[in-house]
Design a binder for this molecule. Structure first.
Ligand code: FES
Ligand code: FES
Length: 180
């Protein structure tokens, strides 16, 4: 694509953290820059900027994506959630509290992307094993914690959520208890 085409402005209308947003964006504008620089949502971080570290992880249409590999111009009609929205709705509050309680963050640079990834895991797998947690967060680099505390935090939240919903874990499966 020629330089002029990269600079072409594209009209996009999407939802970000539940609010409708319409903007004209350069065709080459990455989602992480759109969020941080155009919308002022600086919770998501840019690290490697080539899809390796996971610091830019956000949710788009129910799936976690790399904000540095996704073009804003691709997102017309999309539903985007960042750490700001996930925090405001309370969706990740228990994860945030567990991260603090378990000392699962230090500098915090990886934490917004890590939380989005952990929330995604617990949505898909209410009773993940430590190996499953490790595998799911393997695309999110943390240079501070050594990961064990993060895995502890996710395990704690998974157990608490199961307890709150009356679920018990059997092996790797989770079933609903037949509570009286
Ligand atoms: S900044 Fe996107 S994966 Fe590292
Ligand atoms: S807390 Fe520093 S990179 Fe994870």
């Amino acid at each position: 694509m020629a330089e002029a085409e990269f600079s072409t402005l594209v009209e996009v209308s999407l939802r970000v953290n539940g609010e409708r947003v319409s903007r004209r964006v350069e065709a080459r504008r990455h989602l992480i820059d759109f969020l941080r620089l155009d919308l002022g949502l600086t919770g998501s971080h840019a690290g490697c900027e080539h899809g390796v570290c996971g610091a830019c992880t956000v949710r788009v249409d129910g799936e976690i994506v790399r904000g540095c590999l996704t073009l804003a111009a691709q997102l017309d009609g999309a539903d985007v959630w960042t750490i700001e929205g996930l925090s405001d709705t309370g969706e990740v509050r228990d994860l945030q509290q567990a991260f603090v309680a378990r000392n699962a963050l230090q500098c915090g640079y990886c934490t917004p992307g890590m939380l989005a990834t952990c929330a995604d895991l617990l949505e898909r797998s209410p009773a993940p094993s430590r190996a499953e947690i490790r595998e799911h967060i393997s695309g999110n680099y943390c240079r501070c914690t050594g990961y064990e505390a993060i895995i502890d935090a996710v395990e704690t939240v998974a157990a608490a959520r199961r307890a709150a919903t009356g679920q018990v874990a059997i092996g790797q499966a989770t079933i609903g208890e037949t509570a009286e």
